[in-house]
Design a protein around this ligand. Structure first.
Ligand SMILES: NC(=O)c1ccc[n+]([C@@H]2O[C@H](COP(=O)([O-])OP(=O)(O)OC[C@H]3O[C@@H](n4cnc5c(N)ncnc54)[C@H](O)[C@@H]3O)[C@@H](O)[C@H]2O)c1
Length: 269
């Protein structure tokens, strides 16, 4: 009988010590929560966001707590900005990439115009596409290995909220991209997994909820949405960040191409 290998201690499996992680949309919501957990796990952080002020504030907080942080204010809707960002990062090649930045404007399908659809696709999907390309190239140059965690949405699996066709399409693309990369680069030790959050209290969802005052029909949607949450409550950003940490760390060394809902039971109800 094959001799059983000693199990790696849990603390080693979850540790990101010695690793560098790039997180987009890091200034708020789940991105900021992920940055906090990754810093706690020992990663050096490359944080990207369009909101320079908030990003700087988070950077100071993390540094005060002993974190190693580099900040990159950038508009990820602009592909050239992504190329410049990667140049700036230079030698600090990340081991982990978290594509979290996203926007979710409500707009009736018949009223969407090219500018809106292109913006949503650029931030939610194309930015992830190009960042993954830079990341994979950089990891292959270093002999492979690495983890991609992309953030999609429950909406990509179950189109629930009306007036979100543009968003749903972009987030379905994020799932497709992740699974394709998991297939293409798994043999090089690059794992790619995708998280589907749903009903998470963040600055973004609070902004969306405030639109009820302008469009009371959102109350009905909100009621039915809430009814699907079998845990009976919304989640907080850290409850997503902890799963992102699992997927980025060696705790999930045999997960690749997985689609992981973190949604209080929404998709199963
Ligand atoms: N909160 C939820 O319930 C929920 C549910 C499903 C999916 N998601 C997805 O999770 C991700 C994070 O959502 P959140 O609720 O934390 O959002 P949020 O609005 O609270 O934070 C998003 C962050 O992304 C940044 N960002 C936006 N556009 C950018 C751009 N062009 N370039 C760089 N940075 C940009 C914002 O400045 C902000 O800091 C998004 O991709 C979102 O679609 C959220």
């Amino acid at each position: 009988m094959a001799q059983q290998k000693a199990l790696a201690p849990l603390s080693n499996l979850i540790s990101l010590a010695g690793k560098t992680a790039l997180i987009t949309g890091a200034a708020a919501g789940m991105g900021a929560a992920t940055a906090r957990r990754f810093a706690e796990a020992g990663a050096a952080l490359l944080l990207v966001d369009i909101d320079e002020g908030r990003l700087a504030k988070l950077g100071r907080q993390l540094e005060d707590a002993g974190g190693k942080v580099s900040l990159y204010p950038a508009d990820l809707a602009d592909r050239m900005a992504i190329a410049r960002l990667w140049q700036e990062i230079g030698g600090a090649a990340p081991d982990i990439l978290v594509n979290n930045a996203g926007i979710f404007p409500f707009c009736k399908y018949l009223e969407t115009d090219a500018a809106l659809v292109e913006k949503v696709m650029a931030v939610n999907l194309y930015a992830a596409y190009w960042l993954c390309q830079h990341f994979v190239r950089c990891r292959l140059e270093r002999g492979g290995g690495g983890a991609i965690v992309n953030i999609s949405s429950v909406e990509a699996m179950l189109s629930f909220k009306e007036d979100m066709a543009h968003y749903t399409m972009s987030k379905a693309g994020v799932i497709a991209l992740t699974r394709a990369l998991s297939r293409d680069y798994g043999r090089h030790g690059i794992r790619a997994n995708v998280v589907l959050p749903g009903a998470i209290h963040t600055e973004g969802t609070h902004r969306a909820r405030r639109q009820v005052w302008r469009d009371p029909s959102l109350l009905r949607v909100g009621y039915h949405f809430q009814a699907r949450l079998s845990l009976g409550r919304w989640g907080n950003p850290d409850e997503v960040a902890r799963i992102v940490l699992v997927l980025a760390s060696d705790l999930s060394s045999y997960m690749n191409g997985a689609v992981v809902p973190v949604d209080g039971g929404f998709l199963s109800a």
